[in-house]
Design a protein. Structure first.
Length: 378
């Protein structure tokens, strides 16, 4: 099955980027006077929310001709106790609104319930940190698999969600991302561990494919240098190289995801190239997904805070490059972080103002108008 997907992808890549450039179709080619023209599918354009999404948010995404919304499937929140009490009420409205508006949902499954971390894996964690301890022991991994099976049975092909809603366009979830920034101690406790993560991926892939054999599996998005220059082994490309050294692991996933944050576009490009180099080194036909990238419209001291005009400028640079190199680097999707600004406490210094819209009303920033030049939306 993986071989067949790889064969189809290889055939798609046989059309050279040079043809698009020669015909003046790629952004930056100078052939289009009114702005960039996109030749990538709508699903290429994604967005990641950092607030609770409403139907109005999803409608606005559709108006802007975005194709993908990356959704946090919080295992800990959905499955808070060892009882049979999974509560999908936070995910159902997003999947419903996305299907109605023709958007694809790409979930990333992350966050270990306290009862799994404490009672099954015997982690000494607090309620606020247990979610960061990825399941490692046999009993915990069995619960990880059980949860993923239930998620796919609900939202995947033939799942109960769409069976119960025949009025919706049929748009089941077929791509599942396993964890988030597993090369960073911020999201993988007690510390990043390639072998532990490989076990997590194997278990997760087995679970998803037991329900949907054709589902695509994405690695969690890897942050470029989470430990800084002092911890090169955690650089995303070095982590990926060590992951590929584990026998058979490349057969367990279809896409490599990266979060190439950097102040300058040249550093974003460098990270993408280094990740692609490791994929090629492993002779892997895997796709590359940019499941987070972005800059802030804030004006503080963080290098990712560029002001409103600078945020828009960086978006144009990024989208022009990603679209122009989509085939060469097998880039399947580019997801902007974030959809709207965050009114509450942000997860990082610059995140609060990373949105394409203001925090309250859907008031667009210059970055949104810049993105519309590519999607053709409004």
């Amino acid at each position: 099955m993986r071989t067949e997907r790889a064969r189809r992808r290889a055939l798609a890549l046989a059309v050279p980027v040079a043809l698009g450039l020669a015909l003046g179709l790629w952004p930056g080619s100078g052939a289009v006077a009114d702005g960039p023209v996109s030749v990538v599918p709508r699903s290429f354009y994604g967005v990641a929310p950092q607030n609770t999404l409403t139907a109005a948010d999803v409608d606005r995404m559709a108006q802007g001709r975005l194709g993908t919304v990356r959704v946090f499937v919080n295992w800990a929140a959905i499955d808070p106790t060892s009882s049979d009490d999974d509560n999908w009420s936070t995910i159902d409205p997003i999947v419903e609104a996305a299907a109605a508006d023709g958007l694809t949902v790409t979930p990333f499954v992350f966050g270990t319930p306290e009862w799994v971390a404490r009672d099954l894996d015997h982690r000494a964690c607090s309620p606020s940190t247990c979610g960061l301890f990825a399941p490692a022991g046999q009993l915990a991994l069995e619960q990880w698999k059980r949860f993923l099976v239930e998620a796919v049975e609900r939202y995947g092909p033939g799942g109960e969600f769409f069976a119960d809603r025949p009025y919706l366009p049929y748009q089941p979830i077929t791509v599942w991302q396993l964890w988030n920034e597993q090369n960073s101690q911020t999201f993988y406790r007690p510390k990043p561990d390639v072998n532990s993560y490989a076990t997590l991926v194997r278990s997760g892939t087995d679970a998803v494919h037991s329900v949907d054999p054709d589902a695509r599996i994405l690695l969690g998005g890897m942050f470029g240098s989470p430990g800084g220059e002092d911890e090169p082994k955690l650089f995303a490309w070095n982590y990926l190289r060590r992951l590929y050294e584990i026998p058979g692991i490349a057969d367990q996933f279809d896409g490599v995801a990266v979060h190439p944050y950097a102040a300058r576009m040249s550093k974003v490009i460098e990270q993408v190239k280094l990740m692609h180099k490791e994929i090629v080194r492993a002779h892997d036909p895997a796709e590359m997904w940019i499941t987070e990238v972005g800059w802030s419209s804030g004006t503080g001291g963080n290098p990712l805070e560029r002001g409103k005009k600078g945020q828009a400028s960086r978006l144009r640079e990024a989208m022009t490059w990603f679209i122009g190199h989509e085939a060469a680097y097998r880039i399947e999707n580019v997801t902007w972080f974030a959809w709207r600004d965050l009114a509450g406490k942000p997860i990082c210094q610059w995140c609060a103002n990373a949105g394409l819209f203001e925090a309250g009303a859907l008031t667009p920033k210059p970055a949104w108008r810049a993105l519309m030049l590519y999607t053709g939306g409004s």
